[in-house]
Design a protein around this ligand. Structure first.
Ligand code: ZN
Ligand code: ZN
Length: 353
């Protein structure tokens, strides 16, 4: 171990070699993602996969150490990766400038040592939690309030998931298709930079301890800055919650997400139906009926070239209906994704190479 970690190595139980062999997925590279990722990289975590579909805006700069004014307009993941490599050149970073569901495959979540949720909406958190519980991935999720925030630890695959905390009614409110075209323009709640730093430091501390096999709680921590309090609550698993069912053991394919639909069909057989997790656009049509275009891609809002109306987008989850030449990645299929396939009454899980 080199001089860089001299102070860490004096901490009882600290295992630098284990941290450098660890890989962590981080969903979201906003204020929390910035804090968490820089702390993990400074602690010497060896590999990160980071996803975020957004670009850096000027309003981000008050809370994000990794973004500089010259990064405005760049993808957040690219700007963050550059700064993280400056902090520690040996860190390996995979950037995914896409929403989690299109950017990080289920097998990647499963094989990561830990997943960190730095997201800003309930539906995104529910999606991340249910994907983690599908494959038994360990998750630490964080959220900020204007003055404080929460850290939720889902480190026990048999414990409560994020969805367990909601009533059946609240769950149905979140049952919007993940593919909803225009991400709901939720009013963005304010949060002070110190709140992000506080919650990010809690998350990173728990993450580092978990990666080194030191004790961690499996609880909800709430940090309340105005009252100077941190409260701990235990979540209980709801047997009726639909979000924590594991997927079956997948069959590993030779096809990867960089291959075409034809390659996938050739491997699974022409009669197999294969399902994507996120809706795929196959057609866009004008509500005034003067334009229609067939195009297989990730849903993308656009305007009618004839009259300027917003085009109505038709989508499907049936990946096997896509044209042979379409590339899986361009349809929104994440690298190393697990897919559900059926043939007659046979069902199976398959894993992209
Ligand atoms: Zn649950
Ligand atoms: Zn039109």
């Amino acid at each position: 171990m080199n001089e860089r970690y001299a102070r860490h190595s004096r901490i009882s139980g600290w295992d630098q070699a284990r941290l450098s062999a660890s890989s962590v997925c981080i969903a979201g590279m906003g204020a929390l993602g910035n804090e968490v990722s820089r702390l993990l990289v400074m602690a010497g975590v060896g590999r990160l996969i980071i996803s975020d579909p957004d670009t850096v805006e000027e309003s981000n700069l008050s809370r994000t150490l990794l973004f500089k004014p010259c990064d405005i307009g760049r993808m957040k993941v690219a700007a963050a990766a550059d700064s993280l490599r400056l902090l520690f050149p040996s860190v390996e970073i995979d950037v995914r400038p896409e929403p989690l569901i299109n950017g990080i495959g289920l097998a990647e979540l499963r094989d990561a040592d830990l997943v960190l949720g730095c997201l800003d909406s309930r539906s995104a958190r529910l999606q991340l939690s249910s994907r983690c519980f599908l494959v038994g991935a360990r998750l630490i999720d964080g959220g900020t309030h204007p003055w404080g925030g929460e850290v939720r630890l889902f480190l026990d695959p048999d414990g409560a998931c994020y969805g367990c905390g909601f009533s059946p009614e609240e769950r149905t409110q979140d049952d919007v298709p993940w593919s909803c075209m225009v991400p709901a323009m939720q009013s963005v709640e304010g949060a002070a930079a110190p709140s992000s730093a506080l919650v990010g430091a809690w998350m990173a501390s728990m993450a580092i301890r978990f990666l080194m096999d030191l004790s961690t709680p499996n609880n909800l921590l709430v940090a309340d800055i105005p009252r100077g309090l941190t409260t701990v609550t235990t979540a209980t698993r709801d047997p009726d919650c639909p979000y924590h069912h594991p997927a079956g053991t997948p069959r590993l394919l030779g096809t990867s997400a960089m291959d075409s639909v034809a390659a996938l069909k050739a491997e699974l057989g022409p009669a197999t139906r294969i399902f994507a997790w996120d809706a795929i656009q196959y057609r866009a049509e004008c509500p005034r009926d003067d334009f229609r275009a067939s195009k297989w891609q990730r849903p993308s809002p656009s305007e009618c070239p004839k009259c300027g109306s917003a085009l109505r987008i038709r989508t499907t989850l049936d990946l096997s209906a896509a044209p042979d030449e379409a590339i899986l990645r361009e349809l929104g299929i994440a690298p190393r994704e697990l897919l559900f396939a059926t043939q007659g009454d046979q069902e199976e899980w398959v894993e992209l190479r």
